[in-house]
Ligand binder design. Structure first.
Ligand code: ARG
Length: 234
């Protein structure tokens, strides 16, 4: 989870730990304070948003690398960013903080049920973040379904191959504001893999309006290259 500063720090977005000092999130999460890393605090092991949890630790951020082609192919395209945690504090994996696996490059997820988690709004109009981490199970839709005009087709942002649509078409279960950057996690052979990053939607939980996620499998090469450019092995 990331917090960016106003007067004090406030919740902004989610994220997923993929290695000791690497967190994956959404590029649009950094629109507000473009890459002013000193205004960001990254929290690992968070559970209750407004209470200091036993396993929660705050970290400074050394660098944020948004995808170089963010917004190149529509307002939500390539909505992914890699965050390097500052070296000052040591990240310790434990029962509450551990990295999620990346999917195999090109991994398919249509038809699978996955979990989306975060502290985002519980309805489109609540305007407050969830006090305790929430999780919802959502099925991954195939792109052809998602591209239908009655679903998310024919809009300003086309549903690209580098996106995943997931959600219940009858409505009611979805990510929402504040969940951005957080994981869409799917189990695969007994391990959790990060298939999506919460990116955008049309409202929240509306009928025939699934959530749209950045398809991590399409970015495994970029993530690996960027990690090594940052001097971090994956
Ligand atoms: N963009 C939103 C955020 O910044 C999250 C959008 C996800 N919306 C949805 N209906 N799945 O937190």
């Amino acid at each position: 989870m990331l917090d960016t500063e106003k007067l004090t720090f406030e919740h902004q977005c989610g994220g997923a730990v993929i290695a000791e000092r690497l967190v994956l999130s959404a590029a649009h999460c950094f629109d507000k304070h473009p890459l002013q890393v000193e205004r960001i605090r990254l929290v690992m092991g968070e559970h209750r948003l407004n209470i200091q949890d036993k396993h929660e630790h705050r970290f400074l951020v050394e660098k944020v690398v948004p995808h170089p082609e963010f917004r190149k192919n529509g307002p939500h395209s390539n909505d992914i960013a890699l965050i390097l945690v500052a070296r000052s504090n040591h990240v310790q994996f434990n029962s509450h903080v551990r990295p999620i696996c990346l999917p195999d490059a090109g991994a398919e997820s249509a038809g699978r049920w996955c979990a989306v988690t975060g502290w985002g709004y519980q309805t489109e109009s609540t305007e407050s973040f969830a006090p305790v981490l929430r999780a919802a199970a959502v099925p991954v839709l195939d792109l052809a379904t998602c591209r239908k005009d009655q679903i998310l087709g024919g809009r300003q942002q086309a549903i690209l191959d580098s996106m995943i649509c997931a959600g219940i078409l009858s409505g009611g279960v979805d990510a929402c504001k504040g969940d951005s950057g957080g994981p869409l996690a799917c189990t695969h052979g007994g391990r959790w893999q990060l298939h999506g990053v919460v990116s955008w939607g049309a409202g929240c939980g509306r009928r025939a309006r699934p959530g749209v996620y950045t398809r991590v499998a399409a970015y495994v090469d970029w993530i690996t290259r960027t990690a090594s450019a940052l001097g971090h092995r994956l």
